[in-house]
Write a protein that binds this ligand. Structure first.
Ligand SMILES: [Zn+2]
Length: 486
């Protein structure tokens, strides 16, 4: 979060209101709230801290060191309105400021992009032209598939800036035009999947699946996490042999099933839950898909010895993250925490690495790619939380943990349990959430929101080195618990 320097505390006043959020514009133009927002939170500090703060005539609680957080109803009438803040000392106003605001419509109008589509004939063959491509469940919807560069797609039409991708038997997914190139010369073709080779060892199993071209696929774990199903779309099976060699590891069964029209399901059943990660990808050059599954061998002493734990302090550089009433900044707190956590993990025998060890700007995919390159056994991303405009900060604060892959659920639980004990704060919960840092399948990945930076009591704790150290120890214990169980 970027903030401007504040020059609105006028000379004639002795006291000072430092409104950190929402930010006043320097030219006095109104702050825009979405038209769905009915109340807004205001936070910052006042000095002296003995003064009384009123927002629109209501007294607001100020902590002993001058921090405040208020949740203020907004006037829904059209036009520009204002909220008035006043600092009162000995019955006199010692500082005041006016916060003008207006409303803006919730959604941008979707732009109908019909440029150059008049000549296109559907079905149309497309090829994924970019790395880190996503498809969506509907135009502008949540992420659906993550097709690799070079994957063939069949478009059945256009919806705004999206191609409608036909996955067969009525199933569709949506991809932005910018991610694909159009292959006008070819008709849609089914790929052919050939004989599968499986080598299954104690620590990991590896499957080779020769396929005549790159097709989109979907992966799914069964609810007991023991079975991985990979569905290849627009593919027919010519598998008459599955070779198991060697076969001493965690894979129990591999079979293929013809799915509905033009798809093939590969089921891989393992003797233990697939929690330590898997990856389905296309081999670099050959027309071959490969599946790697990491097992957790039974009956071994589990410890952090030799485990590669990647610790990701969120944000950094120009991305400051959340800010507190006292202007504490997320990127600084999580960097300190990350350094302490890697130290603690090393003490417990792990090989621990930071995605950033300085105040530097780093992209989300760069962080994930780094964990992949390091062949991580675990990824943990460190954050402090904030709420979007309109939410009530008195209802939502405390400690939360996020995961996305079903196989990371137990990791999230193990980390959350210890983190909650360490912070002693309100339990904000465990969340399933499609965030870039918890999306990888190759290793368990969790993201923690240690506390809410905007909440005065929690910001105060985040400023306390003893608290941050306790959190680092708690997180390390949580990761240790995760590897110790079973
Ligand atoms: Zn963050």
């Amino acid at each position: 979060m970027v903030f401007a320097s504040f020059g609105f505390s006028t000379e004639k006043y002795a006291g000072r209101i430092d409104l950190v959020y929402p930010r006043l514009s320097e030219d006095g133009s109104p702050y825009l709230f979405l038209d769905t927002v009915r109340a807004a939170f205001f936070f910052g500090t006042v000095s002296p801290n003995s003064a009384q703060l009123e927002i629109d005539g209501q007294e607001v609680e100020v902590t002993s060191d001058g921090a405040f957080l208020a949740y203020v109803p907004l006037d829904k009438l059209l036009g520009t309105k204002a909220i008035h803040l006043a600092l009162i000392e000995e019955g006199k106003v010692s500082d005041a400021l006016t916060f003008p605001y207006a409303f803006t419509a919730e959604t941008e109008k979707s732009v109908l992009d019909t440029e150059g589509i008049g000549s296109l004939v559907f079905p149309l063959v497309l090829r994924v032209a970019a790395e880190h491509t996503v498809t969506r469940t509907m135009p502008g919807g949540t992420y659906d598939l993550f097709p690799a560069k070079g994957t063939n797609l069949v478009a059945s039409g256009i919806n705004g800036r999206f191609f409608v991708i036909d996955l067969g038997s009525g199933e569709a997914t949506y991809i932005e035009k910018q991610f694909v190139s159009i292959d006008t010369g070819t008709a849609p073709q089914l790929a052919v999947l050939e004989n599968i080779a499986v080598s299954s060892l104690l620590d990991e199993s590896f499957l080779r699946l020769p396929i005549s071209s790159r097709q989109p696929f979907r992966t799914r774990l069964s609810s007991d996490l023991r079975e991985l199903t990979v569905t290849f779309y627009h593919t027919i099976s010519d598998v008459n042999r599955i070779m198991f060699s060697p076969w001493t590891g965690g894979v129990e069964v591999v079979r293929w099933r013809p799915g509905e029209a033009g798809r093939v399901d590969i089921d891989i059943r393992c003797s233990r839950p697939i929690e330590h990660g898997y990856i389905v990808r296309y081999a670099t050059e050959d027309s071959e898909a490969e599946i790697l599954i990491r097992h957790q061998p039974a009956g071994r002493a589990h410890s952090l010895d030799g485990k590669t734990i990647v610790v990701d302090p969120g944000h950094g550089g120009t991305a400051t993250g959340s800010i507190g009433p006292r202007r504490t900044i997320e990127k600084d707190v999580v960097l300190t925490l990350g350094k302490l956590l890697t130290k603690e993990l090393k003490r417990l025998g792990a090989k621990a690495l930071l995605t950033r060890d300085t105040d530097t700007t780093l992209g989300l995919y760069e962080r994930v790619d780094l964990a992949r390159e390091e062949n991580a056994d675990f990824l943990i991303s460190l954050h402090t939380n904030a709420l979007p405009d309109g939410e009530n900060p008195f209802l939502r604060h405390g400690t939360g943990t996020y995961y996305y892959q079903p196989g990371s659920r137990r990791a999230a639980e193990a980390v959350h349990r210890r983190l909650l004990l360490a912070t002693g704060l309100r339990d904000d919960g465990i969340f399933y959430n499609d965030l870039a840092l918890v999306r990888p399948t190759e290793f368990p990945a969790v993201l923690v929101e240690v506390a809410y930076m905007m909440y005065p009591e929690e910001e105060k704790l985040l400023q306390d080195p003893k608290f941050v150290k306790r959190v680092a120890k708690g997180l390390a214990r949580g990761i240790q618990d995760y590897f110790r169980v079973r």
